[in-house]
Design a protein around this ligand. Sequence first.
Ligand SMILES: [Zn+2]
Ligand SMILES: [Zn+2]
Length: 164
Amino acid sequence: MFENLREEIRLLNSDVKNVSNSKKAKELRQKLLTIGGILMAIGFGGAFLCFISFALISVSSVNSLTTGFPTQILIPFFLIIPLSVVGGIGSTLTKAGLSIVITGYTSNLVEETVWEKCPNCGDKITKDELFCNKCGRQLRKTCSQCGTVNDPSDNYCKKCGNRL
Ligand SMILES: [Zn+2]
Ligand SMILES: [Zn+2]
């Protein structure tokens, strides 16, 4: 199961430049983070509760000096190990989910890095701005035909060939 998952994540991550991959990567990431989070909560939460009840039973049996071994102490004692395993699986799945690179996010980051500062005045700009709001320099050209955003130095639209 983990081998298949690892292979699927490897394929998704090797294909991060493919935008159509983004939806699939996002879905798998969301799924892994949800399932992993639930398993971690049940596993580690349950193991913690078992530890508390184990401690409480030991303390109360010592205090009351009841005769015989408190057999109910075996329940939390034996549950701690399987619950920790469940929590461990959850943490593995969460880590796998976090390792997935999502195309949409990556390309946004690249775009933001490229257009971080106005090339003219150095003012901070966002990726949506067409003109610098400080010096008025044109940052991108939008094609009037198809709406594609082009570089300001382009003369023709990279998508439809319309003269900009
Ligand atoms: Zn500027
Ligand atoms: Zn165009």
